[in-house]
Design a protein around this ligand. Structure first.
Ligand code: RB5
Length: 149
């Protein structure tokens, strides 16, 4: 990463343990500033609440990117993508994470803790954090996403 970034991270109960791992073994290692939006245990919660919390932090500028984790990564990414300023990408490998930064300018990475193992998840997060949007031919396409229908 070229500039200093603040990353928001949130998970439901299915993603709680992976969230803690990412904070300890990726963020701390890379000296990344982060804000944890919860949840704080494996007690059952509703994943949309965490997607919406994280989306507001990005909207008000407290964080510039986010990481969302639920069991599959599906529900939490669907909820996040209801916000027009969010481009959340559910990634199951590091190539997807790299390309969604370079081509889609995704500002949120979604992970499925019941789908993706811890070591792979760490690599996916690193790829998402180190790659930048390429602009160029992708700019217009991202603008078309942002404009909606
Ligand atoms: C919670 O059991 C589970 O439904 C949630 O973590 C997620 O996988 C939803 O998409």
């Amino acid at each position: 990463m070229n500039e200093k970034h603040t990353i928001a991270i949130a998970a439901d109960h299915g993603g709680y343990e992976l969230k803690e791992d990412i904070k300890n073994f990726v963020f701390d290692d890379l000296n990344i500033e982060w804000i944890d939006c919860g949840t704080d245990s494996t007690n059952s919660v509703d994943y949309p609440d965490y997607a919406h919390k994280l989306a507001s932090l990005i909207k008000n500028g407290q964080a510039d990117k986010g990481i969302l984790i639920c069991g599959t990564g599906i529900g939490i990414s669907i909820a996040a993508n209801r916000h027009p300023h969010i481009r959340a990408a559910l990634c199951t490998n590091a190539t997807m994470a790299k390309l969604t930064r370079q081509h889609n300018n995704a500002n949120v990475l979604a992970l499925g803790a019941r789908i993706t193992g811890v070591e792979l998840a760490r690599d996916i997060v690193k790829a998402f954090l180190i790659h930048e949007f390429e602009g160029g031919r992708h700019q217009n396409r991202v603008e078309k996403i942002n404009h909606g229908t």
